[in-house]
Design a protein around this ligand. Structure first.
Ligand SMILES: Cc1cc2nc3c(=O)[nH]c(=O)nc-3n(C[C@H](O)[C@H](O)[C@H](O)COP(=O)(O)OP(=O)(O)OC[C@H]3O[C@@H](n4cnc5c(N)ncnc54)[C@H](O)[C@@H]3O)c2cc1C
Length: 425
Protein backbone atom coordinates (compact mmCIF):
# COMPACT_ATOMS: atom_id res chain seq x y z
CA UNK A 1 0.00 0.00 0.00
CA UNK A 2 1.23 3.46 -0.90
CA UNK A 3 2.26 5.70 1.99
CA UNK A 4 2.10 8.85 -0.14
CA UNK A 5 -1.19 10.63 -0.57
CA UNK A 6 -3.48 9.95 -3.48
CA UNK A 7 -3.05 13.61 -4.43
CA UNK A 8 0.74 13.35 -4.57
CA UNK A 9 0.49 10.15 -6.62
CA UNK A 10 -1.89 11.74 -9.15
CA UNK A 11 -0.43 15.25 -9.16
CA UNK A 12 0.19 17.24 -12.31
CA UNK A 13 3.84 17.66 -13.23
CA UNK A 14 5.70 19.61 -10.55
CA UNK A 15 8.04 22.43 -11.48
CA UNK A 16 11.52 22.28 -9.99
CA UNK A 17 12.03 25.20 -7.63
CA UNK A 18 15.25 26.46 -6.12
CA UNK A 19 16.03 27.03 -2.47
CA UNK A 20 16.74 30.62 -1.44
CA UNK A 21 20.44 31.49 -1.67
CA UNK A 22 21.96 34.84 -0.76
CA UNK A 23 20.04 38.07 -0.34
CA UNK A 24 16.78 38.91 -2.16
CA UNK A 25 14.61 42.02 -2.01
CA UNK A 26 10.86 42.33 -2.59
CA UNK A 27 7.76 44.18 -1.43
CA UNK A 28 6.19 41.31 0.50
CA UNK A 29 7.67 38.09 1.82
CA UNK A 30 5.15 35.31 2.49
CA UNK A 31 6.00 32.39 4.77
CA UNK A 32 4.17 29.21 3.74
CA UNK A 33 3.35 27.76 0.32
CA UNK A 34 -0.17 26.47 1.00
CA UNK A 35 -3.44 27.91 -0.33
CA UNK A 36 -3.22 30.94 2.00
CA UNK A 37 0.32 31.88 1.01
CA UNK A 38 -0.19 31.19 -2.69
CA UNK A 39 -3.41 33.19 -2.78
CA UNK A 40 -1.79 36.10 -0.94
CA UNK A 41 1.04 36.15 -3.48
CA UNK A 42 -1.40 35.71 -6.36
CA UNK A 43 -3.46 38.74 -5.36
CA UNK A 44 -0.38 40.86 -4.67
CA UNK A 45 1.30 40.00 -7.96
CA UNK A 46 -1.87 40.87 -9.84
CA UNK A 47 -1.22 44.42 -8.66
CA UNK A 48 2.51 44.21 -9.45
CA UNK A 49 3.44 44.02 -5.82
CA UNK A 50 6.66 41.99 -5.89
CA UNK A 51 6.28 38.90 -3.72
CA UNK A 52 8.53 36.08 -2.56
CA UNK A 53 7.13 32.92 -0.97
CA UNK A 54 9.37 30.88 1.33
CA UNK A 55 8.19 27.29 1.71
CA UNK A 56 10.12 24.99 3.99
CA UNK A 57 9.32 21.85 1.95
CA UNK A 58 7.51 22.13 -1.36
CA UNK A 59 4.33 23.81 -2.59
CA UNK A 60 1.30 22.11 -0.99
CA UNK A 61 3.41 20.17 1.52
CA UNK A 62 1.10 21.17 4.41
CA UNK A 63 -2.64 20.70 4.72
CA UNK A 64 -3.27 22.22 1.28
CA UNK A 65 -1.77 19.24 -0.50
CA UNK A 66 -3.28 16.63 1.81
CA UNK A 67 -6.86 17.61 2.48
CA UNK A 68 -10.13 16.02 1.41
CA UNK A 69 -10.60 18.64 -1.27
CA UNK A 70 -14.07 19.46 0.06
CA UNK A 71 -14.61 23.12 -0.77
CA UNK A 72 -17.41 23.90 1.63
CA UNK A 73 -19.62 26.84 2.46
CA UNK A 74 -19.68 28.15 6.01
CA UNK A 75 -17.65 27.30 9.10
CA UNK A 76 -17.70 24.80 11.91
CA UNK A 77 -20.99 25.39 13.70
CA UNK A 78 -24.27 26.67 12.34
CA UNK A 79 -24.65 30.27 11.21
CA UNK A 80 -27.38 30.56 13.84
CA UNK A 81 -24.76 29.89 16.50
CA UNK A 82 -22.32 32.37 14.94
CA UNK A 83 -25.11 34.96 14.78
CA UNK A 84 -25.74 34.45 18.51
CA UNK A 85 -22.06 34.95 19.29
CA UNK A 86 -21.16 37.71 16.85
CA UNK A 87 -24.48 39.33 15.96
CA UNK A 88 -26.62 38.75 12.89
CA UNK A 89 -24.98 41.37 10.69
CA UNK A 90 -21.51 39.98 11.39
CA UNK A 91 -22.72 36.44 10.73
CA UNK A 92 -24.24 37.56 7.42
CA UNK A 93 -20.89 39.04 6.41
CA UNK A 94 -19.12 35.83 7.40
CA UNK A 95 -21.56 33.74 5.41
CA UNK A 96 -21.17 35.91 2.32
CA UNK A 97 -17.39 35.65 2.67
CA UNK A 98 -17.64 31.88 2.61
CA UNK A 99 -19.77 31.91 -0.56
CA UNK A 100 -17.42 34.42 -2.17
CA UNK A 101 -14.44 32.21 -1.34
CA UNK A 102 -15.82 29.38 -3.50
CA UNK A 103 -16.63 31.80 -6.34
CA UNK A 104 -13.08 33.12 -6.04
CA UNK A 105 -11.57 29.65 -6.37
CA UNK A 106 -13.78 28.84 -9.34
CA UNK A 107 -12.77 32.11 -10.98
CA UNK A 108 -9.05 31.50 -10.44
CA UNK A 109 -9.33 27.95 -11.77
CA UNK A 110 -11.20 29.10 -14.89
CA UNK A 111 -8.94 32.09 -15.50
CA UNK A 112 -5.74 30.04 -15.34
CA UNK A 113 -7.21 26.81 -16.67
CA UNK A 114 -5.97 24.95 -13.59
CA UNK A 115 -6.52 21.26 -14.15
CA UNK A 116 -7.75 20.15 -10.71
CA UNK A 117 -11.07 18.36 -11.33
CA UNK A 118 -13.09 21.18 -9.73
CA UNK A 119 -16.72 20.12 -9.50
CA UNK A 120 -19.36 22.38 -8.03
CA UNK A 121 -21.96 19.75 -7.23
CA UNK A 122 -22.76 20.84 -3.69
CA UNK A 123 -22.08 19.07 -0.42
CA UNK A 124 -24.14 16.65 1.65
CA UNK A 125 -23.96 16.91 5.44
CA UNK A 126 -25.14 13.58 6.80
CA UNK A 127 -27.03 13.36 10.11
CA UNK A 128 -25.52 10.80 12.48
CA UNK A 129 -28.46 11.02 14.91
CA UNK A 130 -32.15 11.86 14.37
CA UNK A 131 -31.68 14.97 16.55
CA UNK A 132 -28.97 16.16 14.17
CA UNK A 133 -31.51 16.13 11.35
CA UNK A 134 -33.81 18.29 13.47
CA UNK A 135 -30.92 20.74 13.85
CA UNK A 136 -30.52 20.78 10.07
CA UNK A 137 -34.19 21.57 9.56
CA UNK A 138 -33.82 24.52 11.88
CA UNK A 139 -30.66 25.57 10.05
CA UNK A 140 -32.50 25.54 6.73
CA UNK A 141 -35.23 27.80 8.15
CA UNK A 142 -32.72 30.19 9.68
CA UNK A 143 -30.69 30.36 6.48
CA UNK A 144 -33.77 31.20 4.42
CA UNK A 145 -35.20 33.66 6.89
CA UNK A 146 -32.14 35.48 8.21
CA UNK A 147 -29.56 34.95 5.46
CA UNK A 148 -31.84 34.93 2.42
CA UNK A 149 -30.09 31.71 1.40
CA UNK A 150 -32.25 29.15 -0.36
CA UNK A 151 -29.77 26.55 -1.55
CA UNK A 152 -30.06 24.25 1.47
CA UNK A 153 -32.37 21.25 1.10
CA UNK A 154 -33.15 18.83 3.88
CA UNK A 155 -33.23 15.13 3.00
CA UNK A 156 -35.32 12.90 5.27
CA UNK A 157 -34.06 9.47 6.29
CA UNK A 158 -36.52 7.71 3.98
CA UNK A 159 -35.12 9.73 1.05
CA UNK A 160 -31.45 9.26 1.95
CA UNK A 161 -31.02 6.85 -0.99
CA UNK A 162 -31.47 9.84 -3.31
CA UNK A 163 -28.08 11.06 -2.00
CA UNK A 164 -26.15 8.12 -0.55
CA UNK A 165 -26.54 4.37 -0.69
CA UNK A 166 -26.05 3.74 3.03
CA UNK A 167 -28.29 2.88 5.96
CA UNK A 168 -25.82 4.56 8.32
CA UNK A 169 -27.28 8.07 8.49
CA UNK A 170 -30.59 9.61 9.50
CA UNK A 171 -30.92 11.88 6.48
CA UNK A 172 -29.00 15.08 6.03
CA UNK A 173 -28.90 18.32 4.12
CA UNK A 174 -27.59 19.42 0.75
CA UNK A 175 -25.95 22.77 0.15
CA UNK A 176 -25.77 23.37 -3.59
CA UNK A 177 -22.97 25.96 -3.43
CA UNK A 178 -20.12 23.73 -2.24
CA UNK A 179 -17.61 21.97 -4.46
CA UNK A 180 -14.71 19.55 -4.46
CA UNK A 181 -11.36 19.44 -6.23
CA UNK A 182 -7.92 17.83 -6.37
CA UNK A 183 -6.33 20.00 -3.69
CA UNK A 184 -2.69 19.53 -4.58
CA UNK A 185 -3.32 20.25 -8.25
CA UNK A 186 -5.11 23.46 -7.29
CA UNK A 187 -2.09 24.46 -5.18
CA UNK A 188 0.36 23.59 -7.98
CA UNK A 189 -1.72 25.52 -10.53
CA UNK A 190 -1.97 28.52 -8.25
CA UNK A 191 1.79 28.44 -7.72
CA UNK A 192 2.35 28.52 -11.47
CA UNK A 193 -0.08 31.43 -11.82
CA UNK A 194 1.90 33.33 -9.16
CA UNK A 195 5.12 32.71 -11.06
CA UNK A 196 3.58 33.64 -14.44
CA UNK A 197 2.74 37.01 -12.92
CA UNK A 198 6.32 37.53 -11.75
CA UNK A 199 6.24 36.19 -8.18
CA UNK A 200 9.01 33.97 -6.84
CA UNK A 201 8.64 30.77 -4.82
CA UNK A 202 11.59 29.23 -3.01
CA UNK A 203 11.17 25.65 -1.82
CA UNK A 204 13.26 23.81 0.77
CA UNK A 205 13.59 27.25 2.34
CA UNK A 206 12.50 27.29 5.94
CA UNK A 207 12.11 30.76 7.41
CA UNK A 208 14.04 30.48 10.67
CA UNK A 209 13.75 33.94 12.17
CA UNK A 210 12.86 37.52 11.35
CA UNK A 211 13.53 40.98 12.64
CA UNK A 212 12.10 44.36 11.80
CA UNK A 213 14.54 47.22 11.22
CA UNK A 214 14.26 50.66 9.64
CA UNK A 215 10.75 49.99 8.33
CA UNK A 216 11.81 46.73 6.68
CA UNK A 217 11.61 43.10 7.64
CA UNK A 218 14.55 40.72 7.29
CA UNK A 219 13.71 37.00 7.11
CA UNK A 220 16.52 34.47 7.47
CA UNK A 221 16.76 30.96 6.11
CA UNK A 222 19.83 28.80 6.56
CA UNK A 223 21.25 29.80 3.18
CA UNK A 224 19.95 33.29 2.62
CA UNK A 225 17.70 36.13 3.60
CA UNK A 226 14.85 38.17 2.17
CA UNK A 227 14.46 41.87 2.84
CA UNK A 228 10.93 43.15 2.31
CA UNK A 229 8.52 45.89 3.29
CA UNK A 230 5.87 43.52 4.64
CA UNK A 231 5.78 40.05 6.17
CA UNK A 232 2.91 37.55 5.88
CA UNK A 233 2.91 34.43 8.05
CA UNK A 234 0.55 31.71 6.82
CA UNK A 235 2.04 28.55 8.24
CA UNK A 236 -1.22 27.39 9.87
CA UNK A 237 -1.03 24.00 11.62
CA UNK A 238 2.55 23.54 10.38
CA UNK A 239 3.77 26.56 12.36
CA UNK A 240 7.02 25.95 14.19
CA UNK A 241 9.00 28.42 16.26
CA UNK A 242 9.18 31.12 13.60
CA UNK A 243 6.47 33.23 15.29
CA UNK A 244 5.72 32.32 18.91
CA UNK A 245 2.33 34.03 19.30
CA UNK A 246 0.97 32.24 16.26
CA UNK A 247 2.39 28.94 17.45
CA UNK A 248 0.67 29.38 20.82
CA UNK A 249 -2.64 30.33 19.26
CA UNK A 250 -3.06 27.49 16.82
CA UNK A 251 -3.84 23.90 17.73
CA UNK A 252 -2.79 21.29 15.20
CA UNK A 253 -5.18 18.34 15.15
CA UNK A 254 -4.33 15.28 13.07
CA UNK A 255 -6.67 13.99 10.41
CA UNK A 256 -6.11 10.90 8.27
CA UNK A 257 -7.40 9.75 4.91
CA UNK A 258 -7.55 6.61 2.82
CA UNK A 259 -8.41 6.13 -0.86
CA UNK A 260 -9.74 2.95 -2.40
CA UNK A 261 -8.64 1.37 -5.63
CA UNK A 262 -10.52 2.71 -8.71
CA UNK A 263 -14.14 1.55 -8.54
CA UNK A 264 -16.55 0.99 -11.39
CA UNK A 265 -18.43 4.07 -12.55
CA UNK A 266 -21.72 2.38 -11.66
CA UNK A 267 -20.58 1.70 -8.10
CA UNK A 268 -19.38 5.30 -7.70
CA UNK A 269 -22.71 6.68 -8.88
CA UNK A 270 -24.48 4.32 -6.54
CA UNK A 271 -22.45 5.30 -3.45
CA UNK A 272 -22.74 9.09 -3.80
CA UNK A 273 -25.52 9.87 -6.22
CA UNK A 274 -24.64 13.40 -7.28
CA UNK A 275 -20.87 13.40 -6.80
CA UNK A 276 -21.11 15.70 -3.79
CA UNK A 277 -18.58 16.33 -1.04
CA UNK A 278 -19.89 14.50 2.03
CA UNK A 279 -19.21 14.97 5.73
CA UNK A 280 -21.18 13.86 8.76
CA UNK A 281 -22.15 15.08 12.22
CA UNK A 282 -20.37 12.36 14.21
CA UNK A 283 -18.22 13.75 17.02
CA UNK A 284 -15.16 12.37 15.30
CA UNK A 285 -16.45 13.05 11.88
CA UNK A 286 -16.07 11.15 8.63
CA UNK A 287 -15.73 13.05 5.37
CA UNK A 288 -15.65 11.46 1.95
CA UNK A 289 -16.04 12.06 -1.77
CA UNK A 290 -15.40 10.45 -5.11
CA UNK A 291 -12.30 11.34 -7.06
CA UNK A 292 -11.83 12.00 -10.76
CA UNK A 293 -10.27 8.54 -11.14
CA UNK A 294 -13.30 6.87 -9.50
CA UNK A 295 -11.96 6.15 -6.06
CA UNK A 296 -13.59 6.89 -2.77
CA UNK A 297 -11.40 9.17 -0.64
CA UNK A 298 -12.46 8.78 2.98
CA UNK A 299 -11.21 10.83 5.92
CA UNK A 300 -11.50 10.85 9.67
CA UNK A 301 -9.80 12.12 12.78
CA UNK A 302 -6.73 10.93 14.53
CA UNK A 303 -3.10 10.20 14.19
CA UNK A 304 -0.56 8.75 16.54
CA UNK A 305 3.17 8.95 16.91
CA UNK A 306 3.44 5.18 17.51
CA UNK A 307 3.63 3.08 14.36
CA UNK A 308 1.32 0.37 15.71
CA UNK A 309 -1.33 2.82 16.87
CA UNK A 310 -1.03 4.51 13.52
CA UNK A 311 -1.71 1.21 11.79
CA UNK A 312 -4.77 0.73 14.01
CA UNK A 313 -6.09 4.18 13.18
CA UNK A 314 -5.92 3.46 9.45
CA UNK A 315 -7.54 0.06 9.99
CA UNK A 316 -10.29 1.69 12.05
CA UNK A 317 -10.84 4.27 9.36
CA UNK A 318 -11.20 1.52 6.75
CA UNK A 319 -13.64 -0.27 9.09
CA UNK A 320 -15.55 3.01 9.40
CA UNK A 321 -15.72 3.31 5.63
CA UNK A 322 -17.15 -0.21 5.40
CA UNK A 323 -19.69 0.53 8.12
CA UNK A 324 -20.91 3.45 6.04
CA UNK A 325 -20.64 1.59 2.74
CA UNK A 326 -20.70 -2.21 3.27
CA UNK A 327 -20.52 -2.45 -0.55
CA UNK A 328 -16.81 -1.61 -0.22
CA UNK A 329 -15.84 -4.55 1.98
CA UNK A 330 -13.73 -6.08 -0.77
CA UNK A 331 -12.37 -2.81 -2.15
CA UNK A 332 -8.65 -2.49 -1.73
CA UNK A 333 -7.25 0.61 -0.06
CA UNK A 334 -4.50 1.95 -2.33
CA UNK A 335 -3.43 5.08 -0.46
CA UNK A 336 -3.35 6.37 3.08
CA UNK A 337 -1.98 9.56 4.47
CA UNK A 338 -2.58 12.25 7.04
CA UNK A 339 -1.93 15.84 7.96
CA UNK A 340 -2.56 18.58 10.46
CA UNK A 341 -5.71 20.67 10.61
CA UNK A 342 -5.39 24.06 12.32
CA UNK A 343 -7.90 25.02 15.00
CA UNK A 344 -8.25 28.15 17.10
CA UNK A 345 -9.97 28.48 20.42
CA UNK A 346 -12.98 30.14 18.80
CA UNK A 347 -13.17 27.42 16.12
CA UNK A 348 -13.09 30.23 13.56
CA UNK A 349 -10.18 31.47 11.46
CA UNK A 350 -8.11 34.38 12.71
CA UNK A 351 -6.96 36.95 10.19
CA UNK A 352 -5.19 40.21 10.95
CA UNK A 353 -1.95 41.86 11.94
CA UNK A 354 0.36 41.15 14.87
CA UNK A 355 1.59 44.01 17.04
CA UNK A 356 4.77 44.12 14.96
CA UNK A 357 2.70 44.63 11.81
CA UNK A 358 3.11 41.13 10.34
CA UNK A 359 -0.01 39.77 8.63
CA UNK A 360 -1.46 36.35 9.41
CA UNK A 361 -4.40 34.05 8.68
CA UNK A 362 -4.85 30.58 10.16
CA UNK A 363 -7.14 28.19 12.00
CA UNK A 364 -9.64 27.33 9.27
CA UNK A 365 -10.73 24.25 11.21
CA UNK A 366 -11.49 21.87 8.37
CA UNK A 367 -13.06 24.59 6.22
CA UNK A 368 -9.86 26.03 4.81
CA UNK A 369 -10.03 24.48 1.35
CA UNK A 370 -12.41 27.34 0.57
CA UNK A 371 -11.62 30.06 3.10
CA UNK A 372 -7.80 30.09 2.84
CA UNK A 373 -7.90 31.41 -0.74
CA UNK A 374 -10.17 34.22 0.46
CA UNK A 375 -7.86 34.85 3.43
CA UNK A 376 -4.97 35.36 1.01
CA UNK A 377 -7.03 37.81 -1.02
CA UNK A 378 -7.98 39.77 2.11
CA UNK A 379 -4.38 39.92 3.32
CA UNK A 380 -3.34 41.26 -0.09
CA UNK A 381 -6.12 43.87 0.02
CA UNK A 382 -4.98 45.02 3.44
CA UNK A 383 -1.38 45.32 2.31
CA UNK A 384 -2.44 47.23 -0.79
CA UNK A 385 -4.77 49.48 1.29
CA UNK A 386 -7.71 48.36 -0.81
CA UNK A 387 -10.23 48.21 1.99
CA UNK A 388 -9.79 44.78 3.60
CA UNK A 389 -10.01 44.51 7.37
CA UNK A 390 -13.72 45.08 7.70
CA UNK A 391 -15.01 41.56 8.14
CA UNK A 392 -15.70 40.02 11.56
CA UNK A 393 -12.94 37.42 11.19
CA UNK A 394 -10.33 40.15 10.84
CA UNK A 395 -11.59 41.89 13.96
CA UNK A 396 -11.21 38.84 16.23
CA UNK A 397 -8.55 39.14 18.93
CA UNK A 398 -5.86 36.45 18.98
CA UNK A 399 -6.47 34.13 21.91
CA UNK A 400 -3.49 31.93 22.73
CA UNK A 401 -4.55 28.52 24.04
CA UNK A 402 -4.17 28.02 27.78
CA UNK A 403 -2.58 24.57 27.60
CA UNK A 404 1.09 23.85 28.08
CA UNK A 405 2.27 21.07 25.84
CA UNK A 406 1.29 20.51 22.22
CA UNK A 407 -0.19 17.16 23.16
CA UNK A 408 -2.33 18.61 25.94
CA UNK A 409 -3.44 21.29 23.54
CA UNK A 410 -4.50 18.79 20.91
CA UNK A 411 -6.31 16.56 23.41
CA UNK A 412 -7.97 19.55 25.08
CA UNK A 413 -8.95 20.90 21.71
CA UNK A 414 -10.48 17.62 20.57
CA UNK A 415 -12.61 17.56 23.75
CA UNK A 416 -13.59 21.15 23.17
CA UNK A 417 -14.35 20.38 19.54
CA UNK A 418 -16.58 17.45 20.51
CA UNK A 419 -18.55 19.56 22.96
CA UNK A 420 -18.83 22.24 20.32
CA UNK A 421 -20.14 19.78 17.75
CA UNK A 422 -22.66 18.50 20.28
CA UNK A 423 -23.93 22.00 20.80
CA UNK A 424 -24.48 22.61 17.12
CA UNK A 425 -26.11 19.42 16.04
C1 LIG B 1 -6.11 15.36 6.17
C2 LIG B 1 -6.75 16.72 6.04
C3 LIG B 1 -8.02 16.82 5.47
C4 LIG B 1 -8.62 18.07 5.32
N1 LIG B 1 -9.79 18.13 4.63
C5 LIG B 1 -10.34 19.35 4.37
C6 LIG B 1 -11.48 19.44 3.53
O1 LIG B 1 -11.94 18.46 2.94
N2 LIG B 1 -12.05 20.67 3.37
C7 LIG B 1 -11.52 21.78 3.95
O2 LIG B 1 -12.07 22.88 3.79
N3 LIG B 1 -10.40 21.73 4.70
C8 LIG B 1 -9.78 20.55 4.90
N4 LIG B 1 -8.62 20.49 5.60
C9 LIG B 1 -8.00 21.76 6.06
C10 LIG B 1 -7.35 22.54 4.90
O3 LIG B 1 -6.50 21.68 4.19
C11 LIG B 1 -6.56 23.73 5.46
O4 LIG B 1 -7.44 24.57 6.17
C12 LIG B 1 -5.89 24.58 4.38
O5 LIG B 1 -5.19 23.79 3.48
C13 LIG B 1 -4.95 25.59 5.06
O6 LIG B 1 -4.09 26.16 4.10
P1 LIG B 1 -2.86 27.04 4.58
O7 LIG B 1 -2.18 27.54 3.36
O8 LIG B 1 -3.33 28.06 5.55
O9 LIG B 1 -1.93 26.04 5.40
P2 LIG B 1 -1.00 24.86 4.86
O10 LIG B 1 -1.48 24.29 3.60
O11 LIG B 1 -0.79 23.92 6.00
O12 LIG B 1 0.36 25.58 4.52
C14 LIG B 1 1.31 26.00 5.48
C15 LIG B 1 2.68 25.85 4.85
O13 LIG B 1 3.64 26.54 5.64
C16 LIG B 1 4.87 25.85 5.52
N5 LIG B 1 5.73 26.30 6.61
C17 LIG B 1 5.54 26.15 7.94
N6 LIG B 1 6.52 26.76 8.64
C18 LIG B 1 7.36 27.32 7.71
C19 LIG B 1 8.55 28.09 7.81
N7 LIG B 1 9.07 28.43 9.00
N8 LIG B 1 9.14 28.49 6.67
C20 LIG B 1 8.61 28.18 5.46
N9 LIG B 1 7.49 27.46 5.31
C21 LIG B 1 6.85 27.03 6.43
C22 LIG B 1 4.46 24.39 5.58
O14 LIG B 1 5.44 23.54 5.04
C23 LIG B 1 3.16 24.40 4.78
O15 LIG B 1 3.36 24.04 3.42
C24 LIG B 1 -7.98 19.26 5.79
C25 LIG B 1 -6.71 19.16 6.36
C26 LIG B 1 -6.09 17.91 6.48
C27 LIG B 1 -4.73 17.83 7.07
Amino acid sequence: MEQQSLWEATANERKERQALQGEQHCDVVVIGGGFSGLSTAYHLQRKNCQTIILEKESVGFGASGRNGGEVLTGYIGSMELHAKKKGLEAARQMWQLSLDSIDLIEHIINTHQISCAFRRNGDFHAAYKPSHLDGMKREQEVMERDFDYKKIKVVEKQDLHSELNTPFYHGGRVDESSAHFHPLNYALGLAEAVEEMGGTIYEQSEALSYRKESGKVVVNTNKGRVIAKELVIVTNAYSGDFQKTIKKTIVPVESIMIATEPLSEELCQDLIKHDRAVSDTKNLLYYFRLTADHRLAFGGSGRSSSKRDQENLFNNLRAGMITVFPQLKNAQVDYRWGGKVGFTQEMLPYMGQLEDGSYYAFGFAGHGAAMSSMAGKLIAKNILHEGGGDNPLEKARLRPIPFHSQHAKAVGMMKFYMKFRDRIS
